[in-house]
Design a binder for this molecule. Structure first.
Ligand SMILES: [Zn+2]
Length: 260
């Protein structure tokens, strides 16, 4: 990813520029990734690369219109479900809670705006974010929302393989955003998840939640829940464009929310 001079990165400002350039109406964009196994064909930092890449594109498209400013990416988050795999790094629930509270406090203390959109690259963060954003709103006065890019991928073309992790959708987005990181030669040897009913019962059904993990017998294959062989850069581009376009409406809604 290249960094343009007008990248609107908080980290590239000097301290006087923070007061000169940001206002109470500015919106902060926080990419939130994860460092976790994504099968043998995608790197550990897939979720961080996608969150940061999509955040950069959102800032590129809407930065002037909404006065967006990108915060440094949080790369390590909650990934207990993948901890069986070497290289997966996970915070504890308590650690992540403390981290986001501290960051919320720092934002409220050191930046002129309370508007914050998190771009969440990791589905495993969804639950904790739903709970924590309420606290951050109530206790830190943040006007906050979370955008989940993976939710804009749409249903699988044939509907037969549920897309959970490292499959068609994530691989396609990586082919669009960071193709040099995709081990394309590894994809042909991968199998689809062995039991799609088990995925639906264990992960997708809304009536019960299970603390599943991605090396569970019969659930995924080689850490992958989805169909990476069906991934194309063009499909990845479609998803990313949809997310970036949608972000305009989300940012507009964020500014219309009742004040915290
Ligand atoms: Zn991922």
């Amino acid at each position: 990813m290249t960094t343009a001079a007008s990248a609107r990165l908080i980290g590239e400002l000097t301290f006087p520029e923070v007061s000169e350039r940001l206002r109470a109406t500015s919106i902060l964009i926080l990419p939130l990734g994860s460092i976790e196994q994504h099968g043998p064909h995608l790197p550990l930092n897939t979720d961080a690369v996608l969150a940061e890449g999509i955040a950069r594109l959102i800032v590129g498209k809407w930065g002037e219109a909404f006065d967006l400013w990108q915060l440094p990416t949080i790369s390590v988050s909650l990934a207990h479900e993948h901890e069986w795999a070497p290289g997966t790094l996970s915070l504890s629930v308590a650690g992540m809670t403390a981290y986001l509270h501290d960051l919320g406090r720092a934002i409220a203390k050191s930046l002129p705006t309370r508007n914050l959109m998190i771009v969440n690259g990791h589905g495993g963060n969804r639950g904790i974010l739903e709970a924590l954003t309420r606290e951050l709103r109530a206790e830190r006065g943040l006007n906050i929302c979370v955008l989940h890019p993976a939710s804009y991928a749409g249903a699988a073309a044939d509907g037969s393989v549920p897309e959970i992790h490292g499959g068609r959708n994530e691989t396609a987005m990586m082919l669009a955003i960071a193709p040099h990181l995709v081990r394309k030669d590894r994809i042909s040897s991968l199998k689809n998840p062995p039991d799609t009913d088990k995925i639906r019962d264990t992960i997708l059904q809304r009536g019960v939640t299970w603390p599943w993990h991605s090396d569970e017998e019969g659930l995924f294959d080689t850490g992958i829940g989805g169909d990476p062989a069906a991934a194309t850069a063009a499909f990845g581009q479609q998803i990313v464009i949809r997310v970036v376009e949608t972000a305009g409406d989300v940012l507009k809604q964020l500014l219309q929310r009742p004040r915290a």
